[in-house]
Design a protein around this ligand. Structure first.
Ligand SMILES: [Zn+2]
Length: 71
């Protein structure tokens, strides 16, 4: 059975689903927010990055030095 990778368009969650039929592929919903706005992505095994979907938000490195100072 093929395993497809989907990305939720609402909460940007990435998840995998076993699709058993063409009908099932159209009924995939996000496991996080139950949205049906999901998009199938190309499942490239070489692109797999460990486990988890951590991504560095753009702008996180811009002058964030609030941790230094008082203790
Ligand atoms: Zn979602």
């Amino acid at each position: 059975m093929p395993i497809y990778e989907y990305r939720c368009q609402d909460c940007k969650a990435l998840f995998e689903t076993i699709v058993t039929s063409a009908e099932a592929a159209t009924e995939v919903v996000c496991p996080k927010c139950s949205s049906s706005m999901v998009k199938k992505t190309i499942s490239a095994s070489s692109f797999r990055i460990s486990s988890g979907s951590n991504s560095i938000p753009s702008g996180a490195l811009s002058g964030c030095s609030t941790q230094s100072g008082f203790s």
